[in-house]
Each structure stands twice: as C-alpha cells, then as structure tokens.
Design a protein around this ligand. Structure first.
Ligand code: S3P
Length: 440
C-alpha cells in the first residue's frame, strides 16, 4: 500500500492586476543593515537594542547562528536585545545559514578570529552553489584557517578560529558582504586592515562602525582602513529597506492612477541607484530626507504612475539586487533597456540572468541574456505563469508585473518571497483597498 499525502495548497500567488495602488507602505527594515547590526552587536562590549528588525528567513538565519554561538539574542517587541558583552562558545552543531549569502559570508569573518573555536557553516542548495572563495581568500591572508569544498570555494565551510593580523586586500569583485567580513575580522586583528575595491559597494558597515567611534578611515569611495577596536553598546532603529521599497516604486509607476508613500526608508545614496535608473526611464519618484540613524540617512520616498522608456543601465553592486524588478519596469517601457556590467547576477540566489530572462519571456516580452546582464525589448507584456525559481527577488518582481497587467498572473514558487519580505501580501491588500480596488 502506498500512502499519499493529501495535496496541500499550491505554492503560488494569483494576481489580478490593473487596480491602482494608493496610500502608505511601511517597508520592512533593511536586511543588510539588520545583519550587520546583529553581528556588530554580538561583538559589542555593552547592551545592544535593535528595533525594526525585518522578518524573513535571511535575518532569522543570522539570529539562529548567533544563538548557536552562545550570543544571547533575546526577542523584544519589534526587535532584539543582546545583553553584551556576549560570551561566545563553540557551536555544538553545523550552522545552517539557509538561503542567506549575507549570513554565511559575514559570519565567516567574525568566526575566523574566535581563537580555538571550530565552526562549520552551510546552507540550502542555492547557497552551497554560490562562490565563497572571494571571502575565504582575503580572510586566509589575515591568518584565518578556513576550509571548504573545492578548496574553500563552496560551502560547507569549516572555520578554526585563529589570531588574525591586519592586511591590505584588493578585492576581486566589489562586494559589501566580503568587505564587511574582512572589516569585522579586522576589528579583532593586530594592525591595520585595509580593503580596496574595484568599484564602490554598499557601505552600511563603515557607517555603523564609524558612528560607534571605531577608528575607521575612508580615504576614497573604494578604500577603507580600520584598526582593532572595542565596540560600545548601542540602540538602533533599522530604517526601511530600499530594495523592498523598489517593488512598490515600480508597481506604483506601472499601474495607472497609483500614488504611494514609503516612509522611513534608508536613503543611503549608495542604495538609491535604482531610483536614478527609474527616474532616467521617466518615473516620478521623489526622495525627501528626514534624518539619520547611526550614520545611515533616512527619508521618505513618494512615487506616482508614469510612462517609461528604455535606457542603458550600467549595473553597480549597490543596485544589483534590483535588476529583476527593474527588468520588469523595462518590460513595460517603450523601447530597449540594456543592463550591463553585472556578471555577478549569475551567482545570486538563482542565476538571475537566466531566471529574469525566463520571467520576461513568460510575460511575452523579448529579452536576451548576456554574460554581464540582459537586454529587454519593452512592449506589450501579457499575463502569464511566472516562475520564482526559488529566488525571493524573482517572486517579488513577478508579482509587480502581475499588478501592472489586467488579467490573471500566477507567480509559482511564491513562498520564496518570505526570505526577505514575508509581509508583502498584507501590505498589498491595504494599498489596493486604499486604491479603491478589492484586496485580492
Ligand atoms: C549585500 C551585498 C550584495 C547583495 C546582497 C546584500 C550586502 O552581495 O547582492 O543581497 O548586504 O552587503 P555581494 O556582496 O555578493 O555583492
């Protein structure tokens, strides 16, 4: 006799688009700032309080990892507390980073300097395919003892904590994750740690450490220097995630009659490259700065519907996560949009050159993959069945396309969205109701 499980609900989201989106969306806290604040908080010498921590599997992976290493991360309404200084211990089991490249790459930098402690880090199938050599090699140059599959190129990674010494690193690729791993290792290393990048990457770590008084210098946009330092306790309210704001900005741009306000978002200039791309395409997006949070500028974004035209986009590291949703914008634009300079797209949570091209093809839009990006021939997208391919950014870009199309679009593999934005459908129901449509 064979037992068959009763079929569960399909893992898909059905979107009936075309209705205007109106009102206010409070986007979740910035994922990148949240990971950094927790790792820096786990090294702090005093109490730490982090509010506005985003939900989502990625940030939960960092919380789990820290707890397994003995760091007392306590839930607090709306955030977490760490009663520092934390006493780190050797984790008793393998550390599962799930789908989170940020967790594994940054945590390796912290664990590399925990002398004598052994740790093994791994993740899901997607994470185990992603390149790790870019972070392992610079850490080894500081004296770190790290091994892994393919000579340390792939997880699982095994780390035996060691005494580290500062070094100058010329990174192979601009990467906020690698730069952060090296700087966090440098916080406890002898001498000066210097990172030189081929192009600027997101700078949340430098801003946070600088605001906390660490001896950090940034002589140019691609060079940062740090000495060992003790980090004091701190309180941070994580500003909203510009990458999550981008979905709403593109949706409000594409659906006629829409107008959305996104309060309290990080308006770090390094993270707003996607706003410039949309504005260059003809979008109406306004950024109003309102203050600062531990070195991180905060502001309000407002967006209303506009017609777009194609442009050439030189993709930099700080906007690489927005390419799938910008490609959806390009699908609805008049003319051709070219994304170039982004070969790293192929080694994100999915091969985003291939998966974004396939998503556009499922909308009936002609798109050509290129080794360093894609070319999108904008035109007349039509509803279709879109595959998230296990990638949260594809799932969320897919629903944005669906919102802009009259008719029924299906996003298959919708559950992937919970990696970064579990509250998306609740926020959507609210802005559709405010727009006068139903809340489907
Ligand atoms: C991130 C850097 C980027 C980005 C990722 C978050 C960060 O990755 O794609 O989602 O928080 O520093 P790389 O460092 O691999 O470019």
């Amino acid at each position: 006799m064979t037992a068959t499980a009763p079929p569960g609900p399909p893992d898909e989201l059905v979107v009936e688009g075309g209705a205007p989106l109106r009102g206010t969306v409070v986007v979740p806290g910035d994922k990148g700032i949240a990971h950094r604040a927790m790792l820096v908080g786990a090294l702090a010498g005093g109490p730490v309080r982090i509010d506005g921590l985003p939900g989502g599997h990625d940030v939960a992976a960092t919380v789990r990892l820290l707890r397994a290493c003995g760091v007392p991360v306590a839930e607090d309404p709306g955030g977490v507390r760490i009663e520092g200084p934390a006493s780190w211990r050797e984790p008793a089991d393998v550390l599962d980073c799930g789908n989170s490249g940020t967790t594994i790459r940054m945590a390796v930098g912290v664990l590399a300097g925990r002398e004598g402690r052994f740790a093994v880090l791994t993740g899901d199938e997607s994470l185990r395919r992603r390149p790790m050599g870019r972070v392992v090699r610079p850490l080894r140059a500081m004296g770190a003892r790290i091994d892994g599959r393919a000579e340390g190129e792939r997880a699982p990674l095994a780390v035996r904590g060691a005494v580290l010494r500062g070094a100058t690193h010329h990174l192979e690729v601009a990467s906020g994750q690698v730069k952060t791993a090296v700087l966090l290792a440098g916080l406890g290393a002898d001498g000066v740690t210097e990172v030189v990048e081929p192009a600027p990457s997101r700078d949340h770590t430098e801003r946070l450490l600088g605001a906390l008084g660490a001896p950090l210098e940034r002589p140019t946009a691609t060079r940062v220097r740090l000495r060992a330092a003790a980090i004091p306790g701190f309180a941070l309210r994580v500003p909203g995630d510009p990458s999550s704001a981008a979905y709403w900005a593109v949706a409000a741009t594409l659906v006629p009659g829409s107008r959305l306000e996104l309060p309290r978002v990080s308006v770090n200039p390094g993270r707003l490259g996607w706003v410039q791309v949309l504005v260059d395409m003809g979008a109406a997006v306004e950024v109003t700065p309102i203050g600062e949070e531990l070195g991180e500028p905060v502001g309000v974004l407002s967006v209303e519907a506009a017609r777009l035209h194609g442009i050439d986009v030189e993709v930099t590291e700080p906007i690489i996560d927005e390419v799938p949703v910008l490609a959806v914008a390009a699908a609805f634009a008049e003319g051709t949009t070219t994304f170039r300079g982004a070969a790293d797209l192929a080694v994100k949570e999915s091969d985003r050159i291939a998966t974004t091209t396939a998503l556009l093809a499922a909308l009936g839009v002609e798109a050509e993959p290129r080794p360093d990006g894609l070319v999108v021939h904008g035109g007349r997208p039509r509803p279709g069945r879109l595959e998230a391919a296990g990638d949260h950014r594809l799932a969320l870009a897919g629903v944005v396309a669906g919102l802009a199309l009259a008719g029924r679009t299906v996003v298959a593999g919708w559950s992937a969205h919970a990696v970064s934005y579990p509250g998306f459908t609740a926020a959507l129901a609210a802005v559709r109701a405010a727009g006068g449509g139903d809340a489907r």
